[in-house]
Unconditional design. Sequence first.
Length: 254
Amino acid sequence: MRWIVKLMAPMLAVALLGSPFTARGQGVGSTSNTVDPPPAIADKLSGVVIVHRRGERAFCSGTVLAGRLLVTARHCVQAIGADAPYPVEEIRVGFGSSTTDPDILWRDVSRIIVLSDAPFESVEDLQGQDVALIELPGDTNSAQFGVPQQVSKPEPGEVLTLIGFGEDRYGLVGTRHIVDVTVAGQTSDGFTYTGGGCLGDSGGPLLRPDGALVGIVSLGTTALCAPNYERIGQSLVPFIDAIVHTMLNPSSPE
């Protein structure tokens, strides 16, 4: 499936008009309807957060794993060609249902950990390596999805739930949405899916109906966000040991 990546671009959301968080996207959002999440997922929505680089109009989604640790896509916290992630002072995490919510809680970041030492010189380099952890200074009161388990790779035809703050079917960005996506195929280091996911959903969770976290949103294209085009889901299974190690070795006392 390497050919897919040559069409891909990081799924960042760019606010084109108005303030950084009150915007329409490019009108190419997912045309899938927002759905009600399965019961096992419904009480975890607050664990899907906004990852924002200060001073930028782009943002991503993130998934709270446990305590003070969340996972997001590597391209959300590291620039192409850079040998390290952005400084922690440049990244903040938002807790709330919409970027326009006046009560949204913004949290500073204490550490950013890229879980792969593979080079990041082009978008192609991200396939199977699009994972990063963000550590907060203290625990969050949000829901938590837990440490990823050794789950089986999703099978073609399997339906997953995607949650993120990306562009929706109306071309709006920045409001948490929930869509069903269908696994299209498997790759050596992840899977592809159709049915949803667009600008700003990167780093959001891809979940089975029982709430099992099977991956995060990774790559897609701004031009091909219609439901019938394939996107790439990033598996977390290869990084479980690194995630556990990070949880057990926080950067500073809470």
